[in-house]
Design a binder for this molecule. Structure first.
Ligand SMILES: [Zn+2]
Length: 118
């Protein structure tokens, strides 16, 4: 269990793939992880079986959020193989993600913990 005295992060993401010839979208289950600011994944895995060493570079986004004053960010990322020099190895998978930074003061603002001793 994660102590409520510390900042922690939640990362939610949903992967999708635009099917080239039909324009239909293939959508995966939404996933969620909870992690600490010093222990978050640099890369989220890509589900494309044909994609070698692919993935979504979430680490930089988490770092930017932690360095900012904001508490959450919602955006999208393309697979790092989207710019593969070999055209046949390009991957069209994307994710839509939300990173939320849960800071201690947000949890202690509740009246139920006013009497808490330091
Ligand atoms: Zn990929």
């Amino acid at each position: 269990m994660i102590s409520k005295k510390r900042i922690y992060l939640t990362i939610d993401w949903q992967e999708q793939n635009i099917l080239d010839d039909t324009n239909r979208r293939q959508v995966w289950e939404r996933e969620r992880i909870v992690c600490l600011p010093g222990d978050y994944p640099e890369v989220l895995p890509c589900s494309n079986p044909a994609c070698q060493d692919g993935g979504f570079e979430i680490g930089n986004r988490v770092k930017m959020l932690l360095a900012s004053d904001r508490d959450s960010e919602q955006n999208s990322l393309i697979c790092r193989n989207a710019i593969h020099p070999d055209r046949n190895k390009r991957c069209l998978h994307t994710i839509i993600y939300t990173i939320a930074c849960i800071r201690p003061y947000q949890r202690e603002r509740s009246p139920a913990v006013v009497s808490e001793t330091v």
